[in-house]
Design a protein around this ligand. Structure first.
Ligand SMILES: Nc1ncnc2c1ncn2[C@@H]1O[C@H](COP(=O)(O)OP(=O)(O)OP(=O)(O)O)[C@@H](O)[C@H]1O
Length: 261
């Protein structure tokens, strides 16, 4: 069993009167791909934002490598965790290369010249995401799919140990969706990168994840391997759909949705 890299304990978060996360306990194992699934509005983005510190929960604790995130210096935390939100704010009038360089910020120091390391990390991140040819283009002029890959490049340039992504395949055609999934798997296998992502596509989640966590109505209702989590009963109670579960050639579950209940 691998060590937990992220531990969430008794986490509750409300927006005014609206209780969104309700006493969440969750551990994310290091070096694995973990996918968070659940219906629209159930709190998936809120949970990721709480983990990276953009939202402050009313109750509970979040630990990175066994140490509360509240006690990490912001720059140190950013060296470990990179987050790609669902709709990142697009800086105006900046080139792709300049944007990817922004990922280097946590590594830069006034007392040490990091230019060589920065260049190497930026070039590697753009090569991995196949965005090198776009480097001089303005980010504002990119297509949705190119933009998504460029954001991932920026997160990779940060050289995090944990990469959190909120619906990274939105806007992508089916080929580029698989390309992103394959890229994340490669980074996970080759560099031991821990990946935590939100996906809506259940079969991609089943195929590419070591672990799946299911959030519903602000509660964590199931966690475990795709095999144990993806059941007809779970899809019925969480998504209110009628389904059957088949097997891929690699043994991973393949969900066939027949319709609404
Ligand atoms: N800043 C906010 N103020 C008030 N309510 C909010 C805020 N952010 C999110 N919410 C509400 O909290 C709930 C959970 O939102 P969240 O974005 O976490 O859901 P989600 O599971 O990621 O949904 P989706 O699958 O649609 O992206 C929603 O009802 C949303 O309207």
């Amino acid at each position: 069993m691998t060590e937990p890299v992220i531990t969430v304990a008794n986490l509750s978060l409300a927006f005014g009167e609206k209780q969104v996360l309700k006493e969440i306990d969750w551990t994310v194992e290091g070096g694995k791909i973990t996918t968070l699934i659940g219906p629209n509005g159930c709190g998936k983005s809120t949970l990721l934002k709480s983990i990276v510190g953009t939202l402050k929960p009313q109750q509970g604790i979040i630990m990175l490598q066994g140490k509360p995130t509240s006690s990490w210096a912001a720059k140190e935390l950013a060296k470990h965790m990179a987050f790609l939100p669902q709709t990142p704010e697009m800086p105006k009038d900046i080139t792709v290369e300049e944007l990817v360089y922004c990922g280097r910020f946590p590594h830069q120091n006034w007392w040490r010249n990091t230019a060589g390391e920065d260049r190497r990390a930026v070039e590697a991140a753009m090569a991995a995401t196949k965005t090198s040819h776009l480097k001089e283009q303005r980010v504002s002029s990119l297509s949705g799919g190119e933009r998504q890959r460029v954001w991932i490049a920026m997160a990779l340039a940060q050289e995090p140990t944990v990469l959190l992504l909120d619906e990274p395949t939105t806007y992508l055609d089916i080929n580029h969706q698989f390309e992103i999934m394959e890229l994340l798997r490669r980074l996970n296998e080759e560099r031991g990168l821990t990946v935590v992502m939100v996906l809506h596509e259940l079969n991609q989640a089943a195929r590419y994840s070591d672990a799946i966590a299911v959030l519903s109505g602000g509660h964590m209702v199931a966690t475990g391997s795709p095999d144990t989590v993806m059941t007809v009963e779970l899809l019925r109670t969480v998504f209110a759909v009628d389904s059957t579960i088949e097997r891929e050639s690699d043994g991973s579950p393949y969900v066939k949705i027949h319709g609404l209940l």
